[in-house]
Design a binder for this molecule. Structure first.
Ligand code: URA
Length: 488
């Protein structure tokens, strides 16, 4: 086994040189043990590789398709510990399979694409959320600025050229825990050591805050989207951050005031929305079988790239004759490991609610709209990510088969993802909650919230109120099933 220690802080050339040397020595991915070494590690001189076997003169020179380079340059910037191994495996496989990168369902390809996407998104966030603060003293007439930012991955060197183009006429430093970039009008430098946050403030903050408050449009407030796009670590470094709670708190009243001023006629799209609300959602009919056979088949599902990162398919469970089916979003971290739906924190809330509403969990067929756990790896943690439309669409195939085999009288969609997967429409859950919809096959769909919503509510009183409303929903569901069953 050959150990290859890398600093691994987003430096593509470092990985490329090591990979070239390994491949020239004929060392296969199985024999290569890629390690991360500390920046102060004295064991190996900078950029020096350990002694490798002599290059094999008969070996073919390495070649890769052009798509590999941008992919690999992004993947090396990820914090996922397995990234170097993954890239080397891809490089190795590309030597005998030139079209490998065209195989969307290939595990290595899909995994690399997912890591590259995370990195590109992180880089994009950096371009959006870095806030410079002026620091005293100019150099040769050039003003000086400092910014502190906390990216999730090693994206500073990769993203710094954007700031050089945008802020070419000032000197700046962007410090992050993953390295520091600086620009002095001539050289763009990158130091991979963790930077420090000295907490500078400046008068421009006040100007920016005034501007931010004046452009804030309460009618366009999308709190969830703001929170999803801007995790807390970004907020706390923004000068406008402390204005936001007040503006959000007043948003509803401000929207009402704006609406009262607006014309009284509803907009045209209102009628279109009403029409689609009447339309029956469709689920494609599928072939027969048993739920056990279907579960078995789903174990090998590769319909979308999510199978690459997930531990296993988490299929539905419950009696095949259940009159009631409940559909969540997707398995979480614990479900992914256990292979069963709703066994983690959201599952605990869900169980408590079912119990209070007098419904036995083992009488329900319980499943998810998406059958694989989607997450972003961050160090050792796996951070839940919402499935996108494509993933929901791919997985709808399984959901439709489950519906056909179980033939429930009533389906409860838990949360917006399940509602959209079952109804095929994108109406907000807030509009649809508690409104029954008759679907194909005379199945009634009852939309309600996802139990994890209760876990996210910071206010205890509100959480208790929402919990009671959720129990009311499930009681109503129980009564509905009983009356539908009585009609059978
Ligand atoms: N959330 C879901 O939507 N489903 C699960 O199985 C667990 C958490």
């Amino acid at each position: 086994m050959q150990t290859i220690p890398l600093f691994g802080r987003g430096d593509f050339a470092e990985w490329r040189d090591a990979a070239r040397a390994l491949a020239a020595a004929g060392i296969s991915p199985r024999e290569a043990d890629w390690r991360i070494r500390g920046l102060d590690d004295e064991l190996f001189a900078a950029n020096a590789l350990p002694d490798l076997p002599k290059p094999d003169k008969r070996a073919q020179p390495l070649t890769v398709p052009s798509a590999f380079l941008p992919l690999a340059e992004a993947v090396v910037c990820h914090t996922e510990p397995g990234r170097f191994h993954l890239l080397y495996r891809l490089l190795w496989r590309l030597q005998s399979d030139r079209r490998l990168l065209e195989l969307d369902a290939d595990k290595d390809v899909a995994w690399a694409r997912l890591l590259a996407r995370n990195v590109n998104r992180d880089s994009h966030k950096m371009t959006a959320f870095v806030r410079f603060k002026e620091i005293a003293g100019d150099t040769n007439g050039r003003r000086r600025f400092f910014a502190w930012f906390e990216p999730s991955h090693f994206v500073v060197a990769r993203t710094a050229p954007f700031f050089r183009r945008r802020f070419a006429d000032m000197d700046w430093i962007i410090a992050t825990p993953n390295g520091t970039a600086s620009w002095d009008g001539e050289s763009l430098l990158f130091d991979p050591r963790p930077g420090e946050n000295p907490g500078h403030g400046d008068p421009t903050d006040d100007l920016w805050r005034t501007y931010y408050a004046s452009i804030f449009n309460p009618a366009r407030l999308k709190l969830k989207a703001m929170q999803a796009e801007m995790p807390k670590k970004y907020w706390r470094n923004l000068p406008e951050a402390d204005l936001i709670p007040g503006m959000i708190a007043n948003a509803e009243a401000n929207v009402r005031a704006m609406a009262e001023q607006a014309a009284k006629d509803p907009p045209l799209f209102h009628y279109r929305l009403q029409e689609t609300a009447q339309a029956m959602p469709r689920i494609e009919p599928v072939g027969a079988g048993t739920i056990e056979a279907l579960r078995e088949e789903a174990r090998g599902c590769t319909r979308c790239p999510l199978h690459c990162m997930a531990t296993q398919t988490v299929f539905g469970e419950g009696p095949q004759s259940a009159p009631l089916m409940m559909v969540g979003e997707q398995p979480g971290d614990q479900e992914d490991l256990a292979g069963r739906p709703f066994v983690g924190p959201a599952g605990k809330v869900f169980d408590a609610v079912l119990k209070e509403a007098g419904l036995a969990r083992d009488a329900v067929y319980l499943t998810n709209a998406v059958k694989h756990f989607k997450y972003e790896p961050r160090g050792k943690r796996r951070i839940h990510e919402k499935p996108n439309k494509g993933e929901i669409d791919h997985c709808r195939w399984w959901l439709a088969k489950e519906v056909e085999l179980i033939k429930p009288r009533l389906i409860v969609s838990l949360g917006a993802t399940a509602l959209h997967a079952l109804s095929g429409e994108g109406k907000p859950l807030g509009q649809m909650r508690g409104k029954t919809i008759t679907m194909q096959g005379n199945i009634v769909l009852y939309p309600t919230i996802h139990p994890s919503y209760l876990l996210r509510l910071p206010d205890e009183a509100e959480r208790r109120r929402q919990h009671a409303l959720f129990v009311d929903d499930i009681r109503r569901v129980r009564e509905l099933v009983e009356s539908l069953e009585a009609l059978r």
